[in-house]
Design a protein around this ligand. Structure first.
Ligand code: HEC
Ligand code: HEC
Ligand code: HEC
Ligand code: HEC
Ligand code: HEC
Length: 241
């Protein structure tokens, strides 16, 4: 049963290959394929109520993902931060971070772009009014799927493997399909993705990307898998209720 969605199906796009399958199978296979998450989910990028940029915060400022996604390592679900987390910086920023230089012009009069930022005004409004910012959800597993974040991070799978270079995204988009075939691809061959967490942080996406693309990855991934005795489940009950 674990071959329900065999690997070759990932490479079905050409009409030629499909035509060879013929007739009725053509219709159902094509229907299945085009409805597959890679087609309708990858690239999904809703407009957020506040133009928050991971490229600025996680990229340029080098903030660790866990500063905001505080529970991702311990819990089943990742969390999106409350406005109070933003206010750690966006209230005092003019005192402490060098922002003050930007906040006041040379003659001490005009407010900076920072303080007239429409987006930061929304952040402060949310905080003052005690109303959470209504971030739109991007990645969402169906209710019948069991997906624990913590188990993956503990095993040495980086955010990079599943969400790509979030630290380079001015606006987050859905980079991977997160469909069943995608889960199983890695469960069959986790060595392509395992990193040594005593050397590399799972949240250091740039370094992780370099490691996963290096020619030594498969070998080191296999060694890590062996050492930790990892056996990613492939039976239906592991991922389905
Ligand atoms: C300063 C706080 C902050 C930091 C640091 C941060 N994030 Fe986020 N993250 C957010 C906020 C706020 C959202 C919701 C708005 C959005 O989607 O941009 C979010 C959304 C996301 C989402 C999409 C959530 C969904 O709805 O599916 C992912 C995935 C994500 N972050 C991963 C990361 C990763 C990986 C890092 C580290 C490289 C990181 N974040 C660093 C605040 C942060
Ligand atoms: C560690 C400090 C820190 C935290 C925490 C933080 N920010 Fe920022 N934020 C900054 C800095 C520094 C900039 C860079 C501004 C610049 O270069 O002009 C910035 C820029 C921004 C901007 C762009 C401002 C503009 O000019 O329009 C927005 C919007 C923003 N942050 C929203 C948020 C939100 C929402 C959160 C919480 C999820 C958050 N920030 C958390 C430090 C922080
Ligand atoms: C093995 C793949 C995988 C890894 C590794 C992974 N994620 Fe996710 N992430 C997912 C999936 C799948 C979802 C959708 C889960 C759901 O709906 O329950 C998701 C959802 C999220 C969300 C949205 C949660 C929400 O409630 O809005 C955030 C934020 C997030 N991930 C952040 C991260 C961060 C940060 C890391 C690294 C520290 C990370 N993820 C590592 C696969 C992964
Ligand atoms: C990039 C690789 C990768 C991807 C993608 C991935 N997994 Fe995993 N998964 C692993 C590894 C490694 C383990 C840990 C196995 C272990 O601890 O023995 C694991 C373990 C699990 C477990 C068992 C957790 C436990 O507590 O024992 C479940 C359930 C699971 N994954 C579900 C999913 C689902 C659902 C998806 C797709 C939405 C997914 N995984 C995508 C690598 C991956
Ligand atoms: C590693 C985790 C994992 C395992 C193991 C797994 N599934 Fe799934 N399955 C998923 C995910 C994730 C989805 C949701 C796909 C999506 O988001 O559209 C899914 C979706 C489905 C669907 C819905 C139809 C569809 O294509 O969307 C069926 C039916 C299904 N799985 C049956 C099975 C059966 C039968 C088995 C055992 C042979 C199994 N699954 C094993 C992760 C898994």
């Amino acid at each position: 049963m674990s071959h329900l969605f065999p690997k070759w199906m990932n490479h079905l796009p050409t009409a030629g290959a499909l035509a060879a399958v013929g007739g009725l199978t053509f219709v159902s296979v094509a229907g299945w394929y085009y409805l597959t998450p890679d087609f309708w989910r990858v690239g999904y990028q809703p407009k957020q109520p506040v133009a928050f940029s991971h490229q600025i915060h996680a990229g340029q400022l080098g903030m660790d993902c866990r500063y905001c996604h505080t529970h991702v390592e311990e819990s089943y679900h990742a969390n999106v931060p409350a406005t109070s987390t933003c206010m750690n910086c966006h209230t005092v920023v003019n005192q402490t971070t060098g922002y003050l230089k930007k906040a006041v012009s040379a003659d001490g009069a005009s407010p900076s772009a920072h303080w007239v930022s429409k987006d930061l005004a929304l952040v402060r409004e949310s905080y003052d009014g005690g109303r959470p910012i209504e971030w739109r959800r991007i990645h969402k597993a169906p209710d019948y799927v069991h997906f624990p974040h913590s188990a993956h991070l503990k095993a040495g799978i980086s955010c990079y493997s599943c969400h790509s270079r979030i630290d380079e995204m001015p606006v987050v988009y859905h980079a991977k399909g997160l469909g069943m075939g995608w889960c199983l691809d890695c469960h069959r061959q986790p060595e392509k993705h395992l990193i040594d967490t005593s050397q590399i942080r799972v949240t250091d996406l740039r370094v992780v990307e370099q490691q996963l693309k290096s020619p030594t990855q498969i070998e080191s991934g296999k060694a890590l898998k062996e050492k930790a005795g990892l056996l990613p489940p492939q039976h239906c009950g592991a991922c389905h209720y």
